[in-house]
Design a protein around this ligand. Structure first.
Ligand code: ATP
Ligand code: MG
Length: 409
């Protein structure tokens, strides 16, 4: 098979492949971008594989960076773009089910394609558009089959992360796992415990966000891989209800975790430790901790000014969007409008500050200052208080009296 028109992204990298060839080396487009082109999907990074050894690649191009030279990857920088150029390599003797003990650079494309995970990821495209298909990957692409290159038991034993990669490709592409590949995953699921959480996380988030998450998540549960992922052991049922949610691919990582946590009914006070265990970023943790209770609330109620003020515009929109998955209609324009008409948008907008309260009232510094400010904020947002110094001071005075009289605790 031959690609008649190389996509623009490939054309951009063409001078690099040409230069390698002119110097007597082989060079091909490989990996996910080849797969995605053949599936008519948008591509992100163009990976180039070559028979030139890293030092030979570096000698050919003016500007390069060693990004992973021990794995054979050199970043070549052109005026327009940067490209990863990786030397053909084999990987030998995996002793810990994750990283190869050492990689060996080779001159043969076949050896390089053989060490790749799935047949659809083991295709190469040459400069003229010819597709090199040594493992029947084109057939699998056509039939929508995900199949390990070679013996799946050996391949998952070498690198257990490939099992998670398989499941996320199912979720992203809607392919079926070839029987033996699925059986091998079911057999070796426990090897996932050896893989670093960071690497599992990257694949799992892609699984959650795939267009075919139902199939991906079902296989994740059926193969029992979930048991060996952080904090999911007890939630097989909940994962399946996540799988059954109907709706488009989930757009944001924080939305994906929010829906997942909602469906497994994780108690609110466990959200932080759960996401920490998954090594999510602090930003994701912070957002999801607010989004989960907000979604629960929003499924039953309309936004109030105070709720909206507390969670903020972006997270409110993000939560509302999730109503789609529960057969309810988000009302994004209403949120935008409501938010715009809030009398204040943060504590900074309140005309009175903590220090003012401290100097006005004869009390030692303490939590009372924040309490009063919080009550003031709420009063203003709910339209019961004017954001003017005089009325705020009056309010604070009354509030503190009530606290002193035990009317507020
Ligand atoms: P994406 O579109 O999400 O980037 P991808 O297939 O390009 O998917 P990458 O992680 O970018 O995934 O890897 C690029 C290529 O390297 C893969 O297509 C595959 O050929 C090979 N590869 C990546 N990870 C592994 C692995 N764990 N074992 C074997 N081959 C792998
Ligand atoms: Mg890639």
């Amino acid at each position: 098979m031959k690609l008649e028109n190389l996509p623009l992204e490939f054309q951009g990298a063409m001078p690099i492949l040409r230069k390698l060839q002119e110097a007597g080396y082989e060079a091909y487009y490989v990996g996910g971008s080849v797969r995605d082109i053949l599936l008519n999907k948008p591509i992100h990074d163009v990976d180039i594989a070559t028979s030139a050894f890293p030092a030979e690649v570096k000698a050919l191009f003016r500007k390069t960076i060693d990004v992973g030279i021990q794995h054979g990857t050199v970043m070549v920088i052109t005026k327009e773009e940067t490209y990863e150029v990786t030397t053909f390599r084999t990987e030998s003797t995996y002793q810990d089910y994750r990283r190869p003990d050492h990689v060996e650079f080779v001159r043969s494309l076949k050896e390089d394609l053989k060490r790749r995970d799935f047949t659809i990821n083991a295709l190469a495209v040459g400069i003229n558009g010819e597709v090199i298909d040594l493992f029947d990957g084109l057939n699998d692409l056509r039939n929508k089959v995900l199949r390990a290159v070679g013996n799946p038991y050996e391949r998952f034993h070498e690198d257990a992360l490939r099992m998670m990669r398989a499941l996320r490709f199912v979720s992203q592409l809607g392919f079926n796992l070839q029987r033996e590949t699925f059986d091998a995953i079911s057999e070796y699921h426990s090897l996932l415990a050896k893989i670093s959480v960071e690497r599992i996380n990257m694949e799992f988030v892609k699984l959650l966000m795939g267009s075919f998450r139902q199939a991906g998540m079902r296989s994740f549960v059926e193969s029992e891989c979930y048991i060996y992922c952080p904090g999911l052991r007890a939630y097989g049922e909940g994962l399946l209800s996540f799988a059954e949610l109907v709706g488009p691919a989930i757009p944001l990582e924080s939305q994906a975790w929010t829906l997942l946590i909602d469906q497994i009914h994780l108690p609110e006070d466990k959200i932080r430790s759960f996401l920490k265990e998954w090594k999510c970023s602090n930003q994701v943790i912070k957002d999801v901790q607010q989004m989960v209770p907000a979604l629960k609330y929003r499924k039953e109620n309309e936004w109030t000014a105070w709720k909206l003020y507390q969670i903020g515009r972006e997270l409110a929109l993000s939560v509302d969007y999730l109503l789609y998955y529960f057969d309810q209609t988000p009302n994004l324009s209403k949120i935008r409008m409501m938010y715009q008409t809030l009398p204040i948008h943060s504590l900074k907008d309140v005309v009175i500050k903590g220090n003012d309260l401290f100097s006005l009232f004869d009390r030692p510094k303490g939590p009372w200052i924040n309490e009063v400010l919080r009550a003031i904020e709420k009063g203003i947002v709910e339209g019961e208080l004017k954001n003017q110094e005089k009325s705020l001071i009056q309010f604070a005075q009354k509030y503190l009296e009530e606290v002193d009289n035990g009317k507020i605790d």
